[in-house]
Design a protein around this ligand. Structure first.
Ligand SMILES: Cc1cc2nc3c(=O)[nH]c(=O)nc-3n(C[C@H](O)[C@H](O)[C@H](O)COP(=O)(O)OP(=O)(O)OC[C@H]3O[C@@H](n4cnc5c(N)ncnc54)[C@H](O)[C@@H]3O)c2cc1C
Length: 467
């Protein structure tokens, strides 16, 4: 159990730990709580929800929660969209029961605190897979809906919300709304991508997709430059999963070199066993000098050459294909105690090529290299959420160790370039966007605000709606 002075993550905030923390002070205790980026960390009171009926009950217990509240899942967002300074975090991971599954249609209904990892453990041995998955399986269904997350198949399948058929919404006035494409449709649209602000989602129904094998028919292709990336994107637009790693330390002939990774579920029937538990744990916070431009540049060179041939083709298990980082638990400790900033933009096609080249140049010039730079084309399937992030064009995700004097100014430059190129930043990954930038990129925010639950708010929302 963490001592109350340590920063707590949502994962540690399992019910027993929260209850133990509560018992140690006989009062609901405030603990420093951080998201995956570990920046910022805010004190908050952790309120575990075990049953759907707990939500109205905790409101009574805490006298209406004058400090405000916010549902949280696994805290795998990077910035402050799952944080609330001095507020109440309603920890949903205890509400993780499977409610119903139709093995004919793949329709699955579960409580919103169920993680994608838990869902896959149930579904894969039965021949079903997630319709859309992010780069980690340690997120909850509630988190996946509230950020309307996207995956490597966005160009074919759209966002996670596109596969959600219905859910319920609990509001702090005690009302319960059934939301679907035919019922309370405006609440359905506001809640998908609604950043947890419209109410608590107790359960969700979604449609899974059938598979016959755990394996992915994988191909990796080296590319040099943004134009080659765009050519490959066009050439492989009918392959279900495509994503690229890009070396953003490269300059000159190595500028924007990368590996274009593509895959489809194997059609050769195979054993559908559950995944083993990950065994590797990043043991401690890395010292601040461990990540510098030399180590990151070396990592990028090794990564580029790890694929010795320009093109490789293998059958690969889905775990390393979708979740390479999940192999090492707590890998965010690699960035040391100060944490990391994620930066992710979506640029429309009109400015995607030019903007991506300009921003990769800006990153290379800064010497503040990013380990994990991911480039992907979004498709044109409309997102069902009012505030959803994906739009047709290109998305680039980068992360930087927190060094306020260096990474903050770089981040701020990239953010204003994003806006200049007509793009937007991803709230799930953000800790720096200004109110002006958010409101320019998401002009529908005022319409969305009409659906916000008066009790619920977040660090992100307070920041981006500040006058
Ligand atoms: C390694 C890694 C890779 C990632 N890859 C991707 C990717 O490829 N694509 C992508 O889109 N994202 C990606 N993400 C981001 C991640 O998928 C999202 O931030 C996701 O929302 C996190 O889910 P969570 O359960 O941790 O929710 P949290 O981070 O705890 O919360 C996220 C939001 O969901 C709300 N919420 C949670 N539960 C409920 C509920 N029951 N009712 C209402 N609101 C709720 C919260 O209020 C908050 O606004 C990645 C993150 C990591 C760490």
């Amino acid at each position: 159990m963490p001592s109350v002075t340590e920063t707590v993550t949502a994962e540690q905030a399992s019910t027993q730990q929260v209850e133990a923390l509560d018992r140690s002070t006989a009062q609901p205790s405030q603990v420093p709580f951080s998201s995956w980026g570990r920046y910022p960390a805010y004190d908050a009171t952790l309120v575990p929800l075990q049953w759907q009926s707990d939500y109205p009950a905790v409101l009574g217990k805490h006298g209406g929660m004058p400090a405000g509240a916010l549902p949280v899942g696994m805290g795998r967002s990077y910035g402050d969209s799952c944080l609330l300074k001095d507020g109440n975090l309603l920890v949903t991971t205890g509400m993780n029961r499977l409610i119903a599954f139709d093995a004919e249609t793949g329709l699955l209904t579960a409580e919103a605190g169920l993680t994608l990892a838990q869902l896959l453990d149930f579904a894969v041995p039965r021949g079903w897979f997630l319709p859309v998955t992010p780069g980690t399986k340690y997120v909850t269904l509630g988190g996946a809906v509230a950020n309307d997350i996207h995956g490597k198949n966005h160009h074919i399948a759209g966002t996670f919300g596109s596969h959600v058929t219905q859910f319920e919404l609990l509001r702090s006035d005690g009302s319960r709304l059934h939301c679907s494409r035919t019922d309370n449709t405006d609440w359905f649209a506001a809640t998908i991508g609604g950043l947890g602000l419209t109410g608590v989602i107790p359960w969700i129904q979604l449609r899974l997709k059938p598979i016959v094998s755990r394996r992915i028919d994988y191909e990796g292709i080296q590319f040099h430059g943004v134009d080659e990336f765009l050519q490959l994107t066009e050439q492989y637009k009918d392959v279900e999963y495509t994503v690229s790693w890009v070396d953003c330390t490269g300059t000159g002939k190595n500028f924007a070199r990368g590996i274009f990774m593509l895959g489809d579920h194997s059609k050769i029937p195979d054993q559908l066993t559950p995944s083993p538990e990950p065994k590797l744990v990043f043991p401690m916070d890395a010292p601040s000098f461990a990540l510098n431009s030399a180590t990151v540049s070396a990592f990028n060179t090794v990564f580029f050459h790890k694929q010795l041939k320009p093109r490789v083709r293998t059958l690969q298990d889905y775990e390393p294909f979708f979740y390479p980082l999940d192999k090492v638990l707590h890998w965010n400790r690699m960035y040391g105690k100060s944490g990391l900033l994620q930066f992710q933009y979506a640029l429309p096609w009109e400015s995607a090529r030019e903007g991506t080249i300009a921003m990769l140049n800006e990153v290379a010039k800064s010497g503040l290299a990013s380990f994990l730079a991911v480039l992907k084309a979004f498709g044109d399937k409309p997102s069902p959420g009012m505030l959803s992030f994906p739009q047709p064009g290109i998305t680039l995700a980068l992360d930087f160790p927190i060094k306020p004097d260096k990474s903050f100014p770089l981040f701020d430059r990239l953010a204003s370039m994003t806006l200049d190129y007509g793009g937007k930043l991803y709230p799930a990954k953000d800790a720096r966007m200004t109110a002006e930038q958010f409101q320019q990129a998401y002009p529908q925010w005022e319409r969305f605000a009409r659906y916000k639950d008066p009790l619920l708010t977040s660090g992100f929302w307070e920041r981006v709606t500040a006058a």
